[in-house]
Every structure is written in structure tokens, then in C-alpha cells.
Design a protein around this ligand. Structure first.
Ligand code: NDP
Length: 310
């Protein structure tokens, strides 16, 4: 079996080493831009150029080295419909997302953001605690990662809300779904967490109209994709105080340009797209298990639905 590897950063050798460990017998071939790819059974890629995808008509499946399919689906027309695109399903990212979001929620709830400001000027002043019943956390997107975030938040006792495309029933979580559920979800949410896939339907969803539906003094945590959020609208709401703080891991342009106004806004916390990093070993192990299923003619999990865009 031959596996074609491609990453935009060129760092393919460690992936080949892990495939040798989890799929002994497979030969990995690295693709470099400008070359015609060697004939292969599977492709394992991250952010591949369209020119590469056009050459993959013979592979049995294309595996993504990440959870989001938005980057590859931009070139979806270049990939024949019969070739399944398989994304990562958690693979060690769920716990990282849970750590990141729990930290951000607790930082706001316990007012550490304000205590950091006070400490910077040597001010010793206890602040009144937030009311927990009024500090509902609402997670947009309750797939592999969103569900893990909700599970992690349960022991803290915040009211928990979830919003997804299809209706769900989750223990201890008030669930909303579809366009008809969005307004109520936002109106009842104090900390909104976006962990949606980026699709035509979800692009720019954190826009002026929807941010305005959050109660005054709300918080925004975006760990999904930069294009979910209207950056100018968020800035307006942060400056007005309607949004009390935002923790952002993803941006329209990455790295976030130095002249971007977010860097100057103390109520916006910036991290460099690290909320949940691909763990190579877990990922290759998962891919090897899925390849074993496909080789037996069995279905595997996490095949991207091209109509839905995730
Ligand atoms: P899943 O596909 O498992 O879950 C997606 C969730 O979003 C589902 O609950 C789905 O609803 C919901 N959804 C999709 N479209 C809509 C819509 N139009 N309206 C309402 N809900 C919708 O994805 P994952 O949890 O694995 O990953 C989510 C995203 O997180 C990835 O696509 C990626 O962009 C981002 N990510 C970011 C990382 C980072 O480091 N910042 C790292 C990893 C991922 P339903 O349940 O009804 O299908």
C-alpha cells in the first residue's frame, strides 16, 4: 500500500515515521509542489494546493490531518465525488479544546481578567462575584469537540446551552437547533463558545445582528475559524461594553497582522491558533484504523458530507 503525504509546511518525515509504526507495510511518499504525484492508494494531506488534488483521481480516500474540512472543500470541485474525504474525529483534540475553553470561561467567571488589570497597577480590591445562574455557557457546534467542552464544564455548575444543525438531547444541557433556535440560544447565553465547522451556513455567524442578541456584558470565545466572526462588529461591541471580553484563537488572516486593532484592545485575548493541535501519533493511529476498515470494504467514521460542508 502506498500513501501520499503532503503538508504545506513540508514537515512530512515524522508522519512517515508514525505510519511505519501504525501501518507497517505501507510505503509513504512525500509530494512536493510542481511534481506529478506518484500513484498511491491513499492521500494524507493538510492544506493541499488544488493542483495536487486534481492529480488524485485514483486514490481510495483522502485523509485530512485536522478536524476542519473547510480548506480542502474550497477546492472541492477538483476532487471526484466518489473519493471520500475523511477528517480527524477528536484524535486528542477534544481534551485540548476542553482545557482551553474551561480556562477562558473560568477566567471570566472568577474575574481573573479584571484582577490581572488591577495587579498591573498594584490595586488590591475584591470584586463582587458573578451570579452563576446568570452565567450560562452556550456552545455553538456540538460535534466531537463541542460535546467534550460541555462535558468538561458540567462539574462547575454553569447553566449549559448547545446549538447545532439537527435537534439533540444531551444530559444536563439545554439544546437548541437550527435557524429557529438561534435567537433564544443567544438571548439566554452569557458566554458564547464557537466550535462550528466553517460552511456557507456558518460563515460570519458571529456578526453584528447575532452579537447584539447576547445579553449586555457577555463574552465570546472563538476556537473554530476566523471567518465565523465579523472582526469589526466584535470590536464595536467590545468598545461599547456590550461584549465584556473575547478570547480568540482563530482569525480572518493568520498570523494576525501586527497592525490589527485586536492587538491594542485589552479586553480581547489572542492565542495563535493553538486551541487544539493535531497530535500526530493519535491521528496516524486513527487513520490506520480507518484505512483497515476501508480496505475490508467497511465504512469508517468522519467522512465529510460535501453537501453540508463538514
Ligand atoms: P463536528 O463535525 O464533529 O461537529 C460539528 C457541529 O457543528 C455539529 O454539532 C453540527 O450539527 C454543528 N453544525 C454544523 N453546521 C451547522 C449549522 N449550519 N448550524 C448549526 N450547527 C451546525 O466537528 P468538530 O467538533 O470535530 O470540529 C468543529 C470545528 O472546530 C472544525 O470544523 C474546525 O473548524 C474547528 N477546529 C479548530 C481547532 C483550533 O485549534 N482552533 C482545532 C480543531 C478543530 P449536527 O450535530 O446537527 O451535525
Amino acid at each position: 500500500m502506498r500513501i501520499l503525504l503532503y503538508r504545506a509546511d513540508g514537515n512530512m518525515a515524522p508522519w512517515a515515521d508514525d505510519f511505519a509504526r501504525y501501518l507497517p507495510g505501507a510505503t509513504c511518499v512525500a509530494w512536493t509542489e510542481g511534481e506529478k504525484p506518484a500513484p498511491c492508494d491513499y492521500a494524507v494531506v493538510w492544506a493541499p494546493p488544488e493542483a495536487m488534488l486534481r492529480e488524485l483521481a485514483e486514490v481510495k480516500a483522502i485523509f485530512l490531518m485536522g478536524a476542519g474540512a473547510d480548506a480542502i472543500l474550497r477546492h472541492g470541485d477538483a476532487i471526484p465525488r466518489h473519493i471520500p474525504i475523511v477528517r480527524l474525529g477528536d484524535a486528542g483534540m477534544g481534551v485540548q479544546m476542553a482545557e482551553y475553553v474551561a480556562h477562558a470561561v473560568l477566567r471570566y467567571y472568577r474575574r481573573f481578567d479584571q484582577y490581572e488589570d488591577q495587579a498591573a497597577v498594584g490595586e488590591w480590591r475584591p470584586l463582587p462575584p458573578h451570579d452563576k445562574a446568570g452565567f450560562a455557557v452556550g456552545v455553538m457546534g456540538v460535534g466531537a469537540l463541542g460535546q467534550r467542552i460541555l462535558e468538561c464544564l458540567k462539574p462547575f455548575g454553569f447553566p449549559l446551552h448547545a446549538w447545532s444543525r439537527s435537534a439533540k438531547s444531551l444530559d444536563g444541557v439545554t439544546c437548541f437547533a437550527g435557524a429557529e433556535g438561534l435567537d433564544t440560544f443567544l438571548q439566554r447565553t452569557r458566554v458564547v463558545v464557537c466550535v462550528l465547522p466553517l460552511t456557507e451556513d456558518t460563515s460570519n455567524i458571529l456578526n453584528r445582528a447575532n452579537l447584539a442578541k447576547l445579553p449586555p456584558g457577555s463574552y465570546v470565545i472563538n476556537v473554530a475559524r476566523g471567518a465565523h466572526l465579523s472582526e469589526p462588529d466584535l470590536l464595536t461591541f467590545v468598545k461599547s461594553g456590550h461584549i465584556a471580553g473575547a478570547t480568540l484563537d482563530v482569525f480572518r488572516h493568520e498570523p494576525l497582522p501586527l497592525q490589527h486593532p485586536f492587538w491594542q484592545e485589552p479586553r480581547i485575548t489572542i492565542t495563535p491558533h493553538i486551541a487544539a493541535m493535531t497530535l500526530r501519533g493519535e491521528s496516524v493511529q486513527q487513520m490506520a484504523e480507518k484505512i483497515a476498515l476501508l480496505e475490508q470494504g467497511l465504512p469508517c467514521a468522519d467522512i465529510v458530507n460535501r453537501e453540508l460542508g463538514y
